[in-house]
Design a protein around this ligand. Sequence first.
Ligand SMILES: [Zn+2]
Length: 292
Amino acid sequence: MITTDPYAFATLVAEQIVKGLGIVTLPIDPKGIARGRGIDVVAKPMENEGVSGMLVRYDSEFAIAYATHHQNEGFENFSVAHELGHYFLPGHVDAVIAGDTGSHASRAGYSSGDKYEAEADRFAAGFLMPRHLFFPALEKAGSGLAAIENLAALCKTSLHATAIRYTQCTRDPVAIVISRGGIIDHCFMSEAIKNVDGINWLRKREGLPRNTTTSAFNKVPTNVLHGVRIEETSNLQHWFGGRRSIEISEDVVGLGRYGKTLTVLYDIDVPDPEDEEGEQSLMESWTPHFRR
Ligand SMILES: [Zn+2]
């Protein structure tokens, strides 16, 4: 099944800019690139915790301010790249700043329903983790949460943003779930897992399945705050329903002050439909049939 992301073009625009700059190694330095274009970049305490950064315009001059309250370099890089999205994406400056002088306060991080914010988020992900550099790194990064941690360290991006980008670029069946308490805040599934027959897709705002490590983990608030990390096994059916009882891996980590939990579901080794059919007929041939 093919899903179309209406904002995907913003990721492509960002990747083209990185290519155009001739950058061939990670990490991408959004602050340095902005300054290289004459854009002032400053750290700024934000009054509102939800504000991640600002794009300020004085006629043809621009400045970027980024919030520091998360004390997270990855979040700061994402915030600056998000503002660069407003700067580079066609139509954004005029849409988000009224007049020749003014400012736009951003809420980066996939929580806003606003079109321009969503596009700037996609831009930031593509800018910091361009596929042509991210995918080769992903292939060497291992699997599960450890792979996402390795890539986040390499790209200087947050675990959250890296996990999302991981599901977009990996060829393996993988899902990531961001939860808070007993509720799925949002989730992303890789193309390979979307193509598995007979599973239910995870949905936003659904309850977390109760018999999972993540559900138990979230009952202890200090797990989230202190960034506790667990590697466990789970069952495909617990998360995705369906008829296959298959052991999978479930890694869980608390995202600290962000207040949410990241779960990575992987090692999902779904048998080939043809092999399954073969097994089924073999079982039938060994099962005595009783006539009524
Ligand atoms: Zn914004």
